[in-house]
Structure formats: structure tokens, C-alpha cells
Write a protein that binds this ligand. Structure first.
Ligand code: HQG
Length: 181
């Protein structure tokens, strides 16, 4: 599939599976899953297009699972703004995690820490390069912050890792944030 077509399809799939399933007449189950056949019909795409978008996705945003009865289901691995329970189990984070954002947000972040905004969690990256890429989605200069995840974990903050390797936590208080080197 052509790259630009793939990106467009990935965005529509994200909209349907993370933010606005109703706009496609879809209902996600509690875990955020939807039947693959229903999904194909709702987005008016072929199975080949779906497979290409799932397999070729730069961030592995979507996961397809075969159920014991042979039916298949799909969900987004993270990033939801609609209520879903992903069933992730808290796990011990690496000592440091990273968050890419815009320089314009820094004053506010320094005042109140990192908040999850409309999503379920604050999203953190395991490496600086990925965090920088996340930050470039925002206008203006990109800033990468280091999160002292080890200290947060010692303080009782819980961390989760999505199926596609994004680290998630409820909020990051200011004292655990530093400018990345
Ligand atoms: C900022 C994408 C002011 C925060 C990405 C971010 C990621 C504050 C924005 C995933 C703040 C929220 C998530 C505060 C946080 N004051 N601004 N106190 N606290 N912010 O999109 O982390 O491509 O909800 O820095 O790659 O940018 O969609 O979060 O800029 O993995 O798969 O508020 O979404 O993945 O924005 O991105 P977002 P994010 P996908």
C-alpha cells in the first residue's frame, strides 16, 4: 500500500478504535476490542488493507487477536480517549523514561507536572529519539524531558507497558522531571 494511503488509514483506524467509534457506528467492548468483520464493514476496507495497516504500522498501534471460536478481534494498544479497560498489569519501569513535548508547554508542565490530558495515561517513551518524534507532533520547538521513573516507582507510582512498548502512568509530578541531556 502507498505510504500516504497507509497513514490516512491508520488515522481513521485510530479515530475508530481510540476516540470516536460511534462515528463509524461501532461499539468497543470493555477491553476496547471490536470484531474484525464488523470493523472492515464499518470502515469499508478490505482484509488485505487492514492487514497491511496493522503489519506496516510504524508504531504497531493495532493488534489483531484470534479467539478460541475462530473469530478475530482488533484493538488499539494504547492512546484511547474513550473509556476502555486494557487490562495491563503494572510493571517495574526502566530507571529513566522520556517525554517529548513542545517548548510552549514547559512553563505549565514545570508548574503542575505531566497530565494525561484527554487520554487515559501520560505516555512516556523508553528512548530519547522516540520521545523527540512524539514531541515533533506539536508546533514549535521540541523539548525532551527525562522522567525519574525509578524514583516514582519507589514512591508507589504505577507504570504499565502497552503491547507496542509505550510506557504509561497516571501523572508525573514536577519533582520527577528533568531536562533531558
Ligand atoms: C502535554 C501519540 C501543558 C503533553 C504519541 C502533550 C504518543 C501538558 C500534550 C501518544 C501538561 C498531550 C501520546 C501540562 C502534559 N501543561 N501541557 N501540565 N502535561 N502536557 O497527544 O504524549 O501516534 O495526549 O506534553 O506518539 O503527546 O497517536 O499526548 O504534548 O505515544 O499513536 O499535553 O500519542 O501516539 O498530548 O502523545 P497527547 P502525547 P500515536
Amino acid at each position: 500500500m502507498e505510504h500516504s494511503k497507509m497513514v490516512r488509514l491508520s488515522k481513521r483506524m485510530s479515530l475508530a478504535l481510540r476516540h470516536a467509534p460511534g462515528r463509524f457506528d461501532l461499539t468497543l467492548d470493555q477491553g476496547g476490542w471490536v470484531d474484525v468483520d464488523d470493523f472492515l464493514a464499518a470502515l469499508r476496507i478490505t482484509r488485505a488493507e487492514l492487514d497491511a495497516a496493522v503489519a506496516g504500522n510504524d508504531k504497531q498501534r493495532f493488534i489483531v487477536q484470534r479467539m478460541p471460536d475462530g473469530a478475530e478481534r482488533i484493538r488499539a494498544s494504547q492512546g484511547h480517549s474513550v473509556p476502555v479497560e486494557l487490562g495491563l498489569v503494572a510493571q517495574s519501569p526502566p530507571p529513566q523514561l522520556y517525554h517529548g513535548t513542545s517548548a510552549a508547554a514547559l512553563d505549565s508542565i514545570r508548574a503542575t507536572g505531566l497530565h494525561r490530558a484527554r487520554r487515559h495515561h501520560v505516555h512516556l517513551s523508553a528512548d530519547v529519539d522516540t520521545a523527540r518524534r512524539v514531541g515533533t507532533r506539536r508546533a514549535g520547538e521540541v523539548v525532551v524531558l527525562t522522567v525519574d521513573a525509578a524514583a516514582m516507582a519507589r514512591d508507589g507510582h504505577l507504570f504499565y507497558r502497552s503491547a507496542n512498548g509505550v510506557w504509561l502512568t497516571d501523572a508525573v509530578p514536577v519533582r520527577f522531571l528533568h531536562a533531558a541531556p
